[in-house]
Design a protein around this ligand. Sequence first.
Ligand code: GLU
Length: 291
Amino acid sequence: MTQPVFRFAPSPNGELHLGHAYSALLNARMAAAVGGRLLLRIEDIDVTRCTPAFEQAIYRDLAWLGIVWEEPVRRQSDHFADYARSLDALVDAGLAYPSFMSRGEARAMIAEAEADGRDWPRDPDGVPLFPTVERRLPERERRRRIAAGEPYAWRLDLGAALAHVGGPLHWDEEGAGPAGETGRIAADPAAWGDVVIARKEVPTSYHLSVTLDDALQGVTHVVRGRDLYFATAVQRLLQELLGLPQPVYVHHDLILGDDGRKLSKSRHDTGLAALRAADLTPADIARMVGL
Ligand code: GLU
């Protein structure tokens, strides 16, 4: 049997809080329980919001918690060439297209359709799906607009992608979804519409890099917060399109604040650095998150 591989994959765009501590500790405990490896991955493709200072703080906070991870750490911003290759493969296969429509133009198109009495579909987060009209833009027009320097994003053509896959997709859930879903889960990537898989300036997106890295690093168990449960459908689709293996997924509870809301990086009261400064111990943190 191959050795199980777990990973904790924070973004250095803010301070780690109790929710991250829970996820990291859970990954470490699950890995230890099965004699698995634990990797740490720095998800810093958003080079405007991620900073070296936040990255250093991640190492400090995790070491303080007693987490031991393998070196070297994979930092996504060091691997844009890997993502660009996968993006090219999707574009060459006719599964991704450049989308020039701005958010404002999309909003106007949707408002117009709704004013005509049409029900515009929404994604699992309640956001209206992005219009798909640019799937049909002639190739010459695309080249002309790219050459003219227009802004654009690369979007997955969900219609072409689903046709390419040719059948239903599933994933193995060993945690639970928001309604307690567990076991073999039917993936519904179409619920997200034509997602962005890369930007003009950055040849990747969260979905593309997370999917590719989990495969490149041989991750067998993706243990992460339940807020990413529905996103798994898009990642399953990308695995299928790119010929990548599929890990097992464990979506865990989210740690909520006193107000019952998800913790955020802008709330400093539950930040690990602040809790450490207030003389709490790693054992206190583990207790606070129920481990
Ligand atoms: N980098 C993502 C985050 O900080 C987590 C990605 C994942 O675990 O799939 O929310």
